[in-house]
Design a protein around this ligand. Structure first.
Ligand code: NAG
Ligand code: NAG
Length: 195
């Protein structure tokens, strides 16, 4: 009996502690979950700017310095039928097709082979810029890339830093593709509206 009482008082004490903790949390005034704010307060009263960025994307799949590595494949995937494969990329972006030219950023993310009948990719990656006023800002690409088409258009779904509230699209054109290694240099034209 005494033992039971002791247990009960111990649990009562525990409950009291919990309750007092809860009530001290409750005294913190919660911030509203949602509210309207003025676009002016975010600097959105300025007209949107349209920027055009131009650079080359280096997708190096072969060798010690690969910047694109396959991280997954379907059990049914083979080299002749790579449907389902997923590749992680950290591809340098340079001002000219020469990989030794000025680096302006990197394309970081993944692509997956998502067509059973052609070489078409789902691209989901960020451009992480390093150049000038764009240093530290990102743009996010999410789109379909049928790699053997002359021009592939993919949506820009947003951005950060100078590209907050960004929208736009990219055009990708293969500059060189090495059939033996699979390495590619791709020219990018980016058209982006931002503040
Ligand atoms: C890898 O990169 C290093 C440093 O840039 C370079 O010296 C080397 O030649 C490259 N190796 C290959 C196989 O491209
Ligand atoms: C970009 O920003 C980083 C971090 O602030 C800095 O270390 C780097 O030197 C900058 N690069 C350029 C090219 O301005």
């Amino acid at each position: 009996m005494a033992e039971l009482l002791h247990k009960l008082s111990a649990s009562a004490a525990f409950l009291l502690t919990v309750l007092s903790l809860t009530s001290s949390f409750a005294t913190v005034e919660p911030k509203p979950f949602s509210r309207y704010i003025s676009p002016l307060s975010m600097g959105l009263n300025k007209p949107e700017k349209l920027s055009h960025l131009h650079f080359y994307f280096h997708d190096i799949v072969a060798g010690k310095n690969a910047t694109a590595v396959r991280v997954a494949k379907a059990p049914t995937t083979s080299d002749s039928s790579p449907f389902g494969a997923v590749v992680a990329i950290d591809d340098p972006l340079t001002v000219s097709p020469d990989i030794g030219s000025k680096l302006v950023g990197r394309a970081q993310g993944i692509y997956a082979l998502t067509s059973q009948t052609e070489a078409s990719l789902l691209m989901a990656y960020n451009f992480a810029f390093m150049e000038g006023k764009y240093n530290g800002s990102t743009l996010t690409v999410m789109g379909r890339n049928p790699v053997f088409s002359a021009v592939r258009e993919m949506p820009l779904v947003g951005g950060s830093g100078v590209f907050r509230f960004a929208r736009g699209y990219v055009e990708a054109r293969t500059h060189t593709f090495d059939l033996k290694t699979g390495n590619a240099v791709v020219e990018y034209n980016v058209y982006v509206l931002h503040y």
